[in-house]
Design a protein around this ligand. Structure first.
Ligand SMILES: O=C(CO)[C@H](O)[C@H](O)COP(=O)(O)O
Length: 324
């Protein structure tokens, strides 16, 4: 994929019925009510309401969940109920939609890492099992994802045999208006970047809590560094002009999150350490910041993914939005 540094960004509201079957709800733009072809919904129970009881559903905004306001109004036997979608349900919506819209039989795909990407992996496994997808070869971006894919009998390979991917699907920790990303909250940034750089299309899947005006202050930027003289490398990183003001914190404990939940340095799948760069104001030039990090001896790679995103599927209070 050829990274481009500037891009135009457009948004499109996706018809809600497209995702209705995933959670057992029907989604529409606020103010609209749609009924599925059968007059109800295709599957699922909603707090005791069988799908067949539901005659229409509206996506509105009345209940907060980690910054998200998504409710579904259900009509059952003339009574109206409201169901707030959990963050997991939103992640599932975008994970499933990415696979349904971008993965075709006979292709090579990249499988991301994290709680959102796990739903995309789940969907690939499900569609292979049902026969809806055939002849997929997948490249996992972490040992965790590899294990999940193996458990679902998804055929796997590595970049050593397959350097050209048709599509890669992954979550993100932050997405700015130009679709630049912070990634690596789950500690897999190096494998994610090397795989996703090889994909013709890189599809990012997030809930709207991940959208930001500028990268940095909302989520520390992870950087993978070699263990040798890591304190020296951390000082060098802190002195980079494009990263002025950052506070580099060595990740401790579990590599899969940036909480200090142990005493020893967290170790990546590649045997390296992670340093999380904390910012109090947005990074002015994420491209320059990435270039300076990459040029620092001791840095393996960093979690600034600039100019890589083909499309970002966002689940939020307006339904599902695709930004590209
Ligand atoms: O970069 C990642 C892992 O290295 C993840 O994509 C990112 O942390 C988002 O994870 P989640 O979907 O669990 O919020």
């Amino acid at each position: 994929m050829a990274p481009s540094l500037s891009r135009s960004s457009t948004s499109m509201l996706i018809g809600a019925a497209a995702t209705a079957w995933m959670t057992g709800f029907a989604f529409t733009a606020p103010g609209q009510v749609r009924t599925s072809p059968s007059g109800g919904l295709r599957q699922g129970n909603v707090r005791g309401a069988r799908a067949s009881d539901v005659r229409g559903a509206t996506l509105g905004g009345a209940s907060a969940l980690g910054g998200l306001c998504v409710t579904v109004a259900l009509v059952r036997g003339g009574k109206s109920m409201r169901k707030a979608l959990s963050q997991d349900e939103l992640k599932k919506m975008v994970g499933y939609k990415a696979v349904d819209d971008y993965v075709q039989s006979g292709t090579v795909i990249g499988l991301g890492t994290g709680s959102t990407a796990a739903f995309a992996v789940e969907r690939v496994g499900e569609k292979l099992k049902s026969g809806e997808l055939k002849d997929i070869i997948a490249i996992p971006t972490s040992i965790r994802t590899q294990e999940q894919a193996e458990s679902l009998n998804i055929p796997l390979a590595t970049l050593d045999t397959h350097s050209d991917l048709d599509v890669a699907i992954d979550g993100a920790d932050e997405v700015d208006p130009a679709l630049n990303l912070v990634k690596g909250g789950g500690g897999a940034l190096f494998r994610e970047k090397i795989v996703e750089m090889c994909a013709k299309k890189f599809i990012v899947i997030v809930d709207e809590s991940k959208l930001c005006d500028g990268l940095g202050p909302g989520f520390p930027v992870p950087v993978e560094i070699v263990p040798f003289c890591h304190e020296h490398t951390m000082r060098k990183i802190a002195s980079l002009p494009a990263l002025k003001g950052c506070d580099p914190v060595l990740r401790l404990g579990n590599v899969a999150n940036n909480q200090p939940d142990g005493d020893e340095p967290a170790v990546t799948d590649n045997g390296n350490y992670i340093v999380d760069l904390k910012f109090t104001s947005p990074i002015k030039d994420p491209v320059a910041a990435g270039e300076q990090l990459k040029a620092t001896v001791g840095v393996v790679d960093h979690g600034l993914f600039t100019g890589m995103t083909t499309a970002c599927i966002v689940a939020g209070k307006e339904g599902i939005i695709v930004k590209d």
